[in-house]
Design a protein. Structure first.
Length: 237
């Protein structure tokens, strides 16, 4: 009986008549890279704070190595943590980093402040690697179009970040003192976007298409070795 129910659920699983799932996956795709874009587009601010340092190069290196390492590690250990915990926890981590970074220079000396900034973007890279692997796997359970939605979101994240950065700069005069305020506003926008990602994911997680799809995948996974792990972890937290 449960096999018939699983087949019926699978037939209806990808039903997304209003493209709500597609839109949410697109927004989450933007959110994946927006914090990193915030760092890159604030290079002028970091150069003012830490003159003589190759900020752009060091920020990129500090991000990429942890990002790739976390993505590889997630392939082996990800199923030990629920999907929701990984996604929501990751975006809340991004939000926290975006709230903290603009204030580092106020509470730490320049040398320590730069190392804390590098640490922040390294942690961001770890979180991004874990969330990115999770979201692509999650979208893949629905359809190739939903995977494409995340990729589309990744692609336009740079455009959205650039527009936001231009607007925040136009709101303030071009001086060193106001550069800090424009950067704070830019990171505040990024943090708010992370909050939107969490709200949208929590909303779509409770939708019928989402629940049906996870039920179908979990039922199918039970037939294979280790399927019970996914069954317990995927739907809940």
């Amino acid at each position: 009986a449960w096999e018939e129910e699983a087949e019926e659920a699978e037939e209806e699983a990808v039903a997304d008549p209003y493209h709500a799932l597609y839109v949410v996956f697109t927004v989450l795709g933007v959110g994946l890279l927006l914090p990193y874009q915030a760092f890159l587009l604030s290079i002028d601010y970091f150069v003012e704070l830490y003159p003589g340092v190759k900020v752009g190069t060091l920020l990129s290196v500090a991000y990429m190595y942890p990002n790739v390492s976390a993505m590889l590690a997630s392939l082996r250990f990800a199923q030990r943590v629920g999907v929701t915990k990984r996604v929501v926890g990751g975006f809340l981590l991004f939000l926290s980093i975006c709230c903290v970074v603009p204030f580092i220079e106020s509470v730490a000396p320049s040398g320590l402040g730069f190392h804390l900034t590098l640490l922040s973007i390294a942690v961001l890279g770890v979180g991004d690697g874990l969330v990115q692997a999770t979201l692509y796997g999650l979208a893949g359970m629905f359809s190739p179009a939903h995977v494409q939605a995340i990729m589309f979101g990744n692609g336009i994240s740079g455009i959205i970040a650039s527009i936001a950065r231009i607007i925040t700069k136009l709101l303030f005069s071009s001086s060193t003192s106001t550069l800090r305020w424009s950067t704070m506003l830019f990171f505040a926008f990024t943090a708010a976007f992370m909050a939107v990602c969490v709200v949208l994911y929590e909303g779509v997680r409770r939708s019928r298409p989402f629940k049906r799809r996870l039920a179908a995948v979990a039922a199918d996974a039970v037939r294979t070795e280790g399927g019970g792990v996914f069954e317990m972890k995927a739907g809940g937290g």
